[in-house]
Design a binder for this molecule. Structure first.
Ligand code: SAH
Length: 660
């Protein structure tokens, strides 16, 4: 027995049985097959985690639960002959081979077929036959099959596969719905010419590409029941796009009147260092404040830092003891000329207004992620510099979320790292307690009971944050959303807020790799669940230009060149539409929406940008029209200008926001 039997048993109990997969054949087979043998050595450490993992060729090994769910749904039994389309890593095929008599599997990427063949034969699984090719046509000579499983999402169930089922046999396949989701679908052949269809629930898979699936660029392959489309996707985007003027043009905000009745308008950004994204958000926000009575601006930033700005823009007394706000890494994110201009505007706008009508500026992060990370690094630098290095690497991958499990591999935990946890968490909690005690600098709108609750749940948050895993993501986004609800509530039942946060926080997580596959949620998803169509989720994107970013956490800010967007990404489609700036309302053209829904690559740059490993570090799969209600495009963009000594204004008191 290898030494991961226990881990595997725990995976089956926690991830599979607990989610109600009960088929004993499935549970037994999954306890048997070593999943680590089906991922590269760099991923082996994560083999029993509850998520898909990269396997090369832009593909993933399915989350263990999905494998269990599909095989149970296919009712595979000993003695049967089974076909799998989308061999990928070979893992699901291996599990099937522990139940059925013979298993056939097809994969369109030959490199994956070769690797899987080697793995399966090393494990001695000799009842498996695999080949490279387009699986949408099935495997005529080897059929009929008692079960066919398709591990990629199809526009509809391929007729060839339905015909290759034995009578009584079952096809399990994710099918694209015209609305929000792929649905896992079970089709049973009940007679020579009869099939029964059943829907089993929402899932997310990579697209099934082939003669009876999608084309490479995500179009449905023309067949008799679907009219062929004349226009290319970039042409369709170009038709649907509403050109935007420069953000400084007074007409810019007017295009966003359609969101005037929302309770919350969430404005994203595709990096934390692009001037156009800040200027566009400022223009939209000014318009919503002046014309649609929005009264709250809530941003992805630490509460106490934003509170200094809030006091300034609402003309409250400034307090001499305050730290200079936003003076920690990544300073350029909020200390730049675009934010300063917006803060100046807010200050002037509020001038002379009664308190209730003044616009507030809040940081959503009462737990102070930025300050907390700085405190962790300070502490570890003193007690254990090696552990500090690990922490830097880990924090490099958590803001924003990046699909780069390899980075976790480099940051394997040492015992000393674990040993420091209790001290660090205690320090962070007392920091928070001090801030909340200080009524004016603290949350203000929270009562004593809420304060106490916040401090209690902070322990869990700080622990998770210390390790920098997926759990900290969910805790952080839940917490930021709760803060948003609190600030809205404090302003009365009709209060309306504009939120500024990264695309990865404000785009609906269910439409990205984070969501359906990894169980991560975010502000955008929670806002939709809470406010329905009164929440507007607006993403931003760019093709190329420059960006302000660092290479490592706490590293120097650099102006980096943004690589031209990748072939096959949403960004490339927008670039090919040929317009410098536009608003794409994703509800406007249903035909375009359907075609754009097929998941594609999307770029996520945070405070860290690593162009050398851009594909792994910054691209992830998403379905743009489900993620956002609209997408704002700037083909070419420029880095923000950080505030330096030259921006100091004479005569301003030290506490002036951004005073240096
Ligand atoms: N069962 C696999 C899942 C891999 S993801 C695992 O657990 O590892 C789905 C796979 O389907 C990808 O490798 C993709 O390349 C493949 N695929 C997509 N369209 C296909 C087609 N028409 N024929 C065969 N394979 C296809």
């Amino acid at each position: 027995m290898d030494d991961r039997t226990t881990e595997r048993a725990a995976m089956v109990t926690q991830q599979i049985e607990r989610r109600n997969v009960q088929d004993l054949h499935v549970l037994e087979a999954m306890r048997d097959v070593p999943r680590e043998a089906f991922v590269g050595p760099d991923m082996a450490q994560f083999a029993y985690e509850d998520r898909p993992l990269p396997i090369g060729e832009g593909q993933t090994i399915s989350q263990p639960y999905i494998v269990g769910l599909m095989i149970e749904a296919a009712e595979v039994r000993p003695g049967e002959t089974v076909l799998e389309i989308g061999l990928g890593s070979g893992y699901a095929t291996a599990v099937l081979s522990r139940i059925a008599d013979s298993v056939y599997a097809i994969e369109r990427h030959d490199a994956l077929t070769q690797t899987a063949r080697k793995r399966l034969s090393e494990l001695g699984y000799d009842n498996v036959t695999i080949r490279t090719g387009d699986g949408t046509g099935g495997w005529e000579d080897a059929g009929p099959f008692d079960a066919i499983l398709v591990a990629a999402g199809a526009p509809s169930a391929p007729a060839s596969l339905k015909r290759q089922l034995a009578v009584g046999g079952v096809l399990v396949i994710p099918v694209q719905q015209s609305d929000q989701h792929q649905t896992l679908t079970r089709i049973r052949r009940t007679a020579e010419d009869a099939w029964e269809t059943e829907q089993l629930g929402a899932v997310r898979f990579v697209p099934l590409i082939g003669a009876e699936g999608w084309t490479e660029d995500g179009q449905r392959v023309a067949s008799n029941d679907v009219p062929a489309r004349d226009l290319s996707l970039p042409d369709m985007i170009s038709h649907a796009a509403e050109p935007l003027p420069d953000p400084d043009d007074p007409g810019f905000g007017a295009l966003f009147d359609r969101y005037g009745n929302s309770r919350v308008v969430l404005l994203g950004e595709a990096s934390h260092g692009t001037s156009e994204f800040y200027r566009a958000r400022a223009a939209i926000t000014r318009h919503l404040i002046e014309n649609h009575s929005f009264s709250i601006v809530a941003v992805e930033a630490d509460w106490p830092d934003a509170a200094v700005i809030d006091r300034h823009v609402r003309q409250r007394e400034s307090r001499p003891l305050d730290d200079v706000p936003f003076s920690r890494f990544p300073t350029w994110m909020w200390r730049n000329t675009d934010v300063r201009d917006f803060v100046d505007w807010l200050h002037d706008h509020n001038d002379g207004l009664e308190t209730e009508r003044q616009v507030a500026f809040h940081g959503l992060d009462i737990y102070n992620m930025g300050a907390s990370i700085a405190a962790v690094l300070d502490y570890l630098d003193n007690v254990d510099p090696d552990a500090a290095e690990i922490a830097r690497e880990r924090y490099g991958c958590i803001t924003p979320w990046q699909s780069n499990p390899a980075a976790y591999g480099r940051a394997a935990l040492s015992q000393s790292y674990r040993d420091c946890e209790a001290d660090v968490v205690a320090q962070l909690q007392s920091l928070l307690e001090r801030q909340l005690d200080d009524a004016e600098n603290g949350a203000g709108f929270l009562d004593a009971a809420q304060n106490a609750r916040l401090i209690r749940s902070a322990e869990q948050y700080y622990k998770a944050m210390y390790y920098g895993g997926a759990e900290s993501w969910n805790l952080r986004d839940s917490h930021m959303f709760e803060t948003l609800e609190h600030v809205l509530k404090a302003r009365g039942p009709d209060a309306k807020a504009v939120v500024w946060a990264h695309n990865s926080h404000i785009g609906d997580a269910r439409a990205t790799d984070m969501g359906a596959a990894r169980g991560e949620h975010n502000i955008g998803q929670l806002a939709r669940e809470r406010f329905g169509d009164k929440a507007a989720l607006i993403g931003f994107g760019t093709h190329c230009g420059t960006v302000a970013a660092a290479t490592d956490w706490n590293g120097e800010m650099q102006i980096k060149r943004v690589r031209p967007s990748k072939e096959g990404s949403y960004e490339r489609l927008c670039h090919d539409a040929g317009l410098p700036r536009f608003l794409l309302d994703l509800h406007r053209d249903p035909a375009l929406r359907t075609r754009l829904e097929v998941p594609r690559l999307e770029r996520f740059i945070g405070v860290i940008y690593r162009p050398e490993t851009e594909l792994q570090s910054h691209y992830a799969e998403a379905s743009l029209p489900r993620q956002f209600d609209a997408f704002v495009w700037f083909d070419k963009t420029n880095a923000v200008t950080p505030l330096g000594p030259e921006h100091r204004r004479d005569g301003m008191p030290e506490t002036y926001p951004f005073g240096v």
